[in-house]
Design a protein around this ligand. Sequence first.
Ligand code: PXP
Length: 254
Amino acid sequence: MPEPLTSPLGRLRLGVNIDHVATVRNARGGAYPDPARAALMAEVAGADGITAHLREDRRHITDRDIEALMECLNVPLNFEMAATDEMQVIALRHTPHAVCIVPEKREERTTEGGLDVAREENKLAHFIAPLRDAGCRVSIFIAADKRQIEAAARIGAPVVELHTGAYCDAHAEGRSSDRTAEFERLREMSVFAHSLGLEVHAGHGLTYDCVKPIANFPEVMELNIGHFLIGEAIFVGLGPAMAKMRTLMDEARA
Ligand code: PXP
């Protein structure tokens, strides 16, 4: 019998991204549904962490949401943000457990690609230093690309989150050769990032249908999942949606 596939570093964590609870709230400009309430429900349902992305345009999560999450959560908050001075000030004010640096374009619907760390190495090294000094675990959201991973390691980021969007899109659209290529890239780059001593996370676009192959990578320590879980919660509730995702993750790992 082959050895059970367990992470060299521990159990696979599920981070729940609650941005799109705020998207629904903001559609009417009122107070409901409340992302902090969703975050607490996710915590009760077994989330290992909560992720929230404070965008420059505040299209979903707001400054007040971050304050509320910092006040109410018992699990770690993973604060997603662009590498801007404004966001750095906010992160340093709250010092969340983790800070995930993502690229951001105003016109995009969602985070389209990974951060070009290789191009902005110096700037990012200076940018993350105070966050690290303040005790935040800095993660860099990047494509599964060797150059980017090497650059992330050089700037001293302890964590990389690999962008699974292209793999998930190819899966959903039935482009099987692209799906295989993206999968292989993610698999090889998880191993590579881990070999450099980086903690490896993955996320973007993950659903019940495509989560298992990624959850199966022993180097991956954490998956961050939002849009699909919040959408599924409309039909079955957040707890059951998370429970099913957790089961699939555990099956993939077992
Ligand atoms: N990880 C990062 C860095 C992201 O930017 C996002 C989307 O905000 C996610 C994970 C979650 O992606 P999704 O909402 O598609 O599950």
